[in-house]
Design a protein around this ligand. Structure first.
Ligand code: NAD
Ligand code: DAU
Length: 354
């Protein structure tokens, strides 16, 4: 059986990607490489537990020996690299893990992939791909009237998280130019949807709203993010992997710029409809808290290259995606409880609330 090797496949986007990929009965198998940090949760993968095309390996991407064994054993035709420390607040609290996984881990994975790739012959070597999944945060903050960020914008990361992702992007680029490793990079905006760990804005607000806790909005709530439903990100990754031009980067975005306050209001209004409180609105729980240090004001992504070259467009609007998301969280409260009760799971959630 032909395989692809996915890193971070027990996380939010990686888990959704694995489910999305294996939903196609004729898809290649997946070797799912995940360290299972606080953010990784095998319950995301329950639906593919008995699918023989799915092999799970609890492995750290910094562990070169184990990576070499996996490449040798499964001979993947591609790598889709999602494993990372991903939460900006945690990177402010403790940047070390971000340097280790996002930079050293990506370097180690690139080295393992290169060592394997040079052993391939002819067709297999030409067909091999290394898809690196990155973020719009590497481009830094935009002003209110700046045009959306295109692929040619200069890098200007402002948090330890985005700086570590920027470093990994540069390494991936260098492996293309120096060694000819057939790489592709995507830079995506804020994802949301099922299995999103409840330390990030949308799932945290839903969880806190339902348990009667304050909804902590950082600063004035006017920071802007572009939101993309996670399945749309997965379909973009499939397109780039299948048909992206080698060495190119592709922006992925939802054309959904919203202030944080707009997002929180929309969530409260949906919850008011779907799970009304005995009295009042969920909006009553909103609490403005101290701002995130170095908080980027606005991200906005220009995803026209992906549409022009590969015909990709998001299927969900913000309204349809948010409704699906809220409904999923209402139907899957046990998953939320499980994710947050695991060791270290909620250690720094709400760190600015005091
Ligand atoms: P996540 O934090 O939900 O999941 C990360 C996964 O990586 C977890 O399963 C974790 O166990 C695993 N992991 C962490 N360190 C590891 C290591 N050293 N070795 C192996 N596995 C390790 O992250 P996410 O939100 O799903 O993001 C996935 C990728 O997409 C990241 O690279 C992130 O930078 C990028 N991205 C995320 C967003 C977003 O909105 N969430 C947007 C754009 C890009
Ligand atoms: O832009 C893509 C990035 O989106 C990804 O690369 C990151 O991995 C992902 O975590 C996300 O980063 P953000 O920092 O934008 O996401 P977060 O959900 O943490 O915050 C979204 C916005 O909401 C941000 O402006 C901070 C604000 N916020 C967040 C939390 C958790 C609040 O106001 N209150 C909160 O409690």
């Amino acid at each position: 059986m032909s395989h692809i090797l996915v890193t971070g496949g027990a996380g939010f986007i990686g888990g959704n990607f694995v489910l999305n990929w294996l939903a196609n009965p004729s898809a290649d198998g997946i070797v799912n490489v995940d360290k299972l940090t606080y953010a990784g949760n095998r319950k995301i993968l329950d639906a593919v537990e008995h699918d023989l095309r799915h092999v799970f390996s609890q492995t750290d991407i910094c562990d070169r020996t184990s990576l070499d064994c996996l490449f040798a054993q499964y001979k993947p035709r591609a790598v889709v690299h999602l494993a990372a420390e991903s939460h900006v607040d945690r990177s402010i609290h403790g940047p070390g893990e971000f340097i280790q996984t996002n930079i050293v881990g990506t370097f180690t994975l690139l080295e393992a992939a290169r060592a394997y790739w040079v052993t391939l012959d002819g067709e297999a070597k030409a067909a091999f791909r290394f898809l690196h999944v990155s973020t719009d945060e590497v481009f830094g903050s935009l002003g209110p009237t700046d045009p959306q960020t295109s692929e040619t914008a200069p890098y200007a990361p402002n948090s330890p998280y985005s700086a570590s992702k920027a470093a990994s992007d540069h390494l991936v680029r260098a492996y293309f130019h120096t060694y000819g490793l057939p790489v592709l990079t995507t830079n995506c905006s804020n994802n949301y949807g099922p299995y999103h760990f409840p330390e990030k804005l949308i799932p945290l607000m839903i969880a806190n709203a339902l348990s009667g806790k304050p909804l902590p909005v950082y600063g004035d709530g006017q920071n802007v993010r572009d939101w993309l439903y996670v399945d749309d990100h997965c379909s973009a990754l499939r397109e780039v992997l299948a048909r992206g031009r080698l060495g190119e980067t592709y922006n992925v975005g939802g054309w959904n710029e919203k202030t944080n306050l707009e997002v929180v209001y929309a969530l409260c209004d949906l919850l008011d409809q779907l799970r009304p409180k005995a009295a009042g609105s969920y909006r009553d729980q909103i609490a403005f808290v101290k701002d995130r240090p170095g908080h980027d004001r606005r991200y906005a992504i220009d995803a026209r290259k992906l549409e022009r070259e590969l015909g990709w467009k998001p299927a969900e609007t913000f309204e349809t995606g948010l409704l699906k998301t809220v409904q999923w969280y209402l139907d899957n409260q046990t998953w939320v409880l499980d994710a947050t009760s695991r060791q270290f799971g909620n250690q720094v959630v709400n760190q600015y609330a005091a």
